[in-house]
Design a protein around this ligand. Sequence first.
Ligand code: ADP
Ligand code: MG
Length: 346
Amino acid sequence: MREKYSKEFINQRKKSWYFTYGLIAILIVIVFVVSFRRPPDYVVKDEISLGTHVRVVVSSKYSGKILDSIFREFRRIDSKFNPYNPNSKIYRINHSNGNWVEVDDEILFILKKSLYYADLTGGAFDFTLGRLIKLWGFDSENSEKRIPSSDEINETLKHIGYDKVEIDGNKVRLHDGVWLDFGAIVKGYAIDRAVQIAKKIDPKATGFVDAGGDIGIIGPKFGGADWIVGIRNPRGESQQDTIGVIYLKEGAVATSGDYERFFISNGKRYYHIFNPKTGYPAKGVISATVVANSCLDADALATAIFNLGIEYSLTYIPRYGGQAFIVDENQKIHKTKGFLYFEQVH
Ligand code: ADP
Ligand code: MG
């Protein structure tokens, strides 16, 4: 009797040992699996395009294909939209001597968006100042930059005005010799295209596209966290010198600054964002950052702020779908109320 009892006792103890061993084994497997489900790796690629440094950071099963497709798209847009390159489509439209020119859907799309922003901002954003850009030497890095005479500026102003662009179906006609220049919007458009391409190839892709500080989000960091975008100090020594941060999981940011392309003459800075009414660089703002759903919108609005002025922008940019962070000529920061949202982690 005593012997039987102890056998049962031993069996039971054996069972509980098996159970414990089993449990430990399962726990080891769980720890193993969890530790190997690390966040995906990010792949980074850089290239110079659209006159700026483009960086794509992406995590996807198809990273290689995404990077190749995005940079091919940047190159395509660059060569099609550079108005000062005789091989570009825009150059050909600008040199069509006032005749009707047939344009494709993409150019029509950019033209209509530009007209929309020109109208919305009362011409603060004006994509017809190509001749003025050329006159000041901002058409290319290699062009000589100089302050034109007031006669030259007044003469050039006669060839500027978004009301001189006529569209009929898929045809466009430029009056009074205006030259199109989509420089203030096309970088944003290229970033939007890049984000679309990444999402189309892999809807689960995450990462971002950065073209000279203008950013489009492909997807949140590690699938759930914000990307942190620094706002450059417009009078800082380097890109790393920042005066603000933006937390973003989706959407876009664009910054326009008087430090991007400029020259100094007699201690005065002359830069590439113009007041289309005076023919001189815009005054009062030295940097404008806009957060919006699309980078095209953010890009257009950031440029417009230079001519809209600070008070007006703080009221109207949110109504136009953006939130803004503006630095004035005294280096004072102004923000729209809704900008606060992007200064917090979500
Ligand atoms: P960046 O290219 O440095 O990011 P922007 O987006 O502000 O800066 O674009 C500046 C370019 O836009 C200029 O180089 C010129 O081609 C064009 N541009 C300049 N002034 C205006 C303006 N008032 N409206 C529309 N486009 C402009
Ligand atoms: Mg712009």
